[in-house]
Design a protein. Structure first.
Length: 326
């Protein structure tokens, strides 16, 4: 197994193991390339413990790497100022048996598929069955599906922070009464597939959707917006889904005025224990009811490949229309 690190997509990489390269070149930044040789089945996962102050993993290996000719998976990171971050290690491990068998049985390639079950049912997405089978079967983030339905009931506004390929953006457009949907996805590499998914559901160009290539954060600056800056145009109740790989609390810091309004509903994917505590503490101080949603026990058998070891959800709301349903 060879891990190569470069400063940008065109940089000349250096060889060696991920750990060796990290030790030799602690200031090399920007791009990680993992080469999977043809005689091994592996998966590469970003390890947040090696990147203090991580802002966002804007593109990472969501997929198991099947046996094949050399595979190249780019993982690009940004720091607090949205600049390429210092080099980081990747965890490389053997593929689970079920994942390995899936790559042998399930056809490869991305193609349009309509979700079979769950809240995303009848939404069509470009999917790879080798790596996104759980989405297709309705098992993707199943732990929060009942919360999504409860928190989005009777909302005029939905905000998708970290829209990625647009599955939640489409849910808001197709499954809720929201008059306005704000989708934030700073990784423009993902916009093509996001727009394709909108097109597949006849929603490309929808006048209900506002798509931004900005981050949400604590202050307004180049490439960054805050929820407080959007406040004049937001109708309540408003639901905010957050999946931003480390900047959860920064978004809350930029929503102090926003959170004083009645009818604010959050669902935040937390990516470290400390961030989870910080976000819940901040929301409780703002008089929100909060619930931590853990991973299901059966994830030991059917895990979701995640770039972070810690992965749970924080639900919060400040209006009586939402009832905690345990």
């Amino acid at each position: 197994m060879l891990a190569q690190w470069g400063c940008h997509p065109g940089a000349k990489p250096c060889g060696g193991s991920a750990a060796d390269v990290a030790a030799q070149s602690p200031q090399r930044a920007g791009l990680i390339i993992v080469d999977a040789s043809e005689d091994s089945s592996t998966r590469a996962v970003c390890d947040e413990q090696t990147v203090p102050g991580l802002h966002s993993v804007v593109s990472w290996c969501r997929a198991d790497v099947p046996e094949a000719a050399t595979q190249h998976i780019a993982i690009r990171v940004t720091g607090k100022n949205h600049e390429p971050f210092n080099c980081m290690k990747v965890r490389i491990g053997r593929m689970r048996l079920l994942s390995y068998l899936k790559t042998k049985i399930v056809p490869s390639g991305i193609r349009p598929l309509t979700i079979l079950y769950g809240p995303f049912r009848q939404i069509t997405l470009e999917l790879s069955l080798q790596t996104e089978m759980q989405m297709y079967l309705g098992l993707f983030e199943k732990e929060i599906q009942s919360w999504i339905e409860a928190l989005t009931r009777n909302i005029p506004t939905a905000i998708d922070a970290g829209a990625a390929y647009g599955e939640y953006t489409l849910f808001f457009l197709m499954k809720t009464n929201a008059d306005a949907v704000y989708a934030f996805e700073p990784c423009t590499d993902l916009h093509g597939r996001l727009r394709n998914n909108l097109q597949l559901n006849s929603l490309k160009g929808s006048n209900r959707l506002k798509l931004f290539s900005h981050c949400l954060g604590s202050i307004v600056s180049e490439g960054v917006m805050s929820l407080d800056s959007l406040l004049p145009e937001i109708s309540f109740p408003c639901f905010i889904k957050v999946d931003v790989d480390g900047e959860e609390e920064e978004i809350l810091k930029g929503a102090e005025c926003f959170n004083r309004r009645q009818g604010v509903r959050w669902l935040i994917e937390t990516h470290s224990h400390d961030l989870e505590i910080a976000c819940e503490t901040r929301l409780r101080r703002a008089n929100f009811k909060t619930v931590i949603i853990p991973n299901a026990w059966w994830r030991a058998v059917l895990p979701e490949l995640r770039p972070f070891r810690h992965n749970r959800w924080l639900a919060a709301w400040n209006d009586d229309a939402v009832q905690w349903h345990g």
